[in-house]
Design a protein around this ligand. Structure first.
Ligand SMILES: *Cc1c(COP(=O)(O)O)cnc(C)c1O
Length: 481
């Protein structure tokens, strides 16, 4: 019997918690769970890897094919390879560019990787399009229907709605702060017209939305009644999906024969950690530049060795206005040699006191790959202007933070190519871009409908009982439409 199992080549990938006190589980269970029961984040028990020959073969391969190969390493035998290939093909067919995440050269050794050709013009589409398909696959296999809830300050909500609309086994509700997001961001959530999606304008702040979502997850009765799940940036599948474009970019620029560096506009440390993952899998990444705006908790941590939160500043790059970088816990776990008990102690202390000191050896390990750089508002504006005048490219403020940091490092280490992750299209942040550059960005053809379609959404008070009752009624409707 076991001989037959061995002959078909099945291999199981297990996922463990960064806090060391939850049992190991499989890939699809880790995707559906999000957070581990001990409060930690899931990481693979062992890092899968690619040989240099395999990495070389990614050059010129279709993006969806590379994605199927990378995700296949993380899914192990839980998803047949032809099913996974179909999922990635469908996910990336929703992108407006045939190369999915094309590279354009800005300066002699600086490129931008355009991660904004998905349906909602920001990089979150890359992972969310795949995540929705993984959910539908896992839920169909388990005969289950889940209610997915997300609080959003802008980009995540739209990407989630676009990805999950029309899903057969999941319904989706997004909570956004009424009047506190841009019109484009709101329209991406409110104009799809699909019956399995609800957009709720909460009369309060983003923090109110997050508090309500937390209250829902803490209410066992409610959680079970609607089979609640979340798709925030700590979900392992999002990190796995984001590691793919590090491979395609590096292979296009000469990896594995040549090392490549990346400059990553960072908030929750999801994208930056995905780069670390690609490096663990064998990709020759020299440096990952952690580029932050004035909310520079991560840049300071790398410079000074203390991870301590401050007050949240409002900037031109609002998707990075974050003082707690959830995914940083994964890097910490790695750099304390995967000591779950030490990681649990550190992050419980951080929650209680708002600051921890990184052990010297762990900090040295982090600095082998990462370098931090905080970019202020004036530098961001100046970079939007200089990039336009020098290269003709109109970039968004998040991307500008990355370009500014890349040019500063590039001046010191000019031989290694640096790829900046261009995380949003300029037209997603028209006010900031117009003010900086004096030129209004044009909405891409494929996204034009969003400005014209009718909006449908509900407006509710920032009261968790009211919103829970609303979600219960939504879940009770079943999946018929
Ligand atoms: C979410 C987001 C970021 C930050 O990404 P993290 O993975 O959270 O670090 C940067 N830019 C844009 C446009 C985003 O939407």
């Amino acid at each position: 019997m076991w001989r037959f199992w061995f002959a078909v080549g099945g291999f199981k990938m297990n996922y463990i918690s960064t806090r060391g006190a939850s049992p190991a589980i499989g890939f699809l269970d880790a995707v559906l769970a999000g957070l581990a029961p001990d409060g930690g984040l899931y990481v693979p028990e062992v890092w899968p890897s690619f040989t240099p020959q395999e990495i070389a073969s990614f050059s010129g391969m279709a993006y969806a094919e590379v994605a199927a190969k990378v995700l296949g390493r993380f899914a192990g035998d839980e998803i047949p390879s032809d099913v996974l290939a179909k999922m990635t093909a469908e996910a990336y067919a929703s992108f407006a560019h045939p190369a999915v995440t094309p590279l354009t050269q800005l300066y002699p050794s600086v490129w931008q990787m355009e991660l904004f050709h998905g349906p909602t013009l920001a990089f979150k589409d890359v992972a969310m399009q795949l995540l929705a398909r993984l959910y539908d696959y896992a839920l169909a296999a388990q005969g289950r229907t889940m209610t997915i809830i997300a609080a959003t300050s802008g980009d995540t909500g739209g990407a989630a709605v676009e990805a999950f609309r029309g899903a057969r086994h999941a319904r989706m509700a997004v909570l956004f702060p009424d009047g506190r997001i841009s019109e484009v961001q709101r329209r991406f959530m409110t104009t799809t017209g699909d019956a399995n999606v609800r957009a709720v304008a909460v009369q309060g702040t983003f923090d109110d939305c997050q508090t309500i979502v937390k209250a829902m997850f803490q209410d066992d009765d409610f959680r079970q009644a609607v089979d609640l799940s979340g798709v925030n940036s700590i979900n392992w599948a999002r990190i796995a999906a984001q590691s793919v474009y590090y491979f395609t970019a590096a292979a296009a620029l000469g990896a594995p024969g040549r090392a490549v560096s990346f400059a990553v506009p960072t908030g929750n440390f999801g994208d930056a950690f995905a780069g670390y993952v690609a490096k663990q899998m064998g990709l020759p990444i020299e440096r990952i530049i952690v580029a932050t705006n004035g909310n520079d908790i991560l840049a300071r941590m790398l410079q000074e060795g203390r991870y301590a939160k401050g007050a949240v500043l409002a900037t031109q790059s609002p998707a990075m206005d974050i003082q707690i970088a959830s995914n940083f816990e994964r890097l910490y776990f790695e750099c304390v040699r995967r000591d779950g008990a030490a990681t649990a102690r550190a992050f419980k202390a951080f929650n209680e006191t708002g600051g921890i000191t990184i052990p010297a050896e762990a900090l040295a390990t982090m600095r082998e790959t990462f370098i931090g750089m905080g970019i202020n508002e004036a530098e961001t504006t100046a970079t939007i202007v200089s990039t336009l005048t020098e290269t003709g490219q109109l970039i968004d403020p998040h991307t500008a933070v990355g370009v500014c940091a890349a040019r500063r490092i590039g001046a010191v280490e000019p031989t290694t190519p640096i790829v900046v992750l261009a995380t949003a299209h300029a037209a997603k942040f028209p006010e900031a871009v117009t003010e900086a550059a004096g030129v209004a960005p044009v909405l891409p053809l494929k996204a034009k409908g969003v400005a014209e379609r009718e909006e449908v959404y509900d407006r509710l008070p920032a009261d968790s009982d009211t919103i829970k009752a609303y979600i219960r009624a939504f879940a009770a409707k079943g999946m018929s439409r």
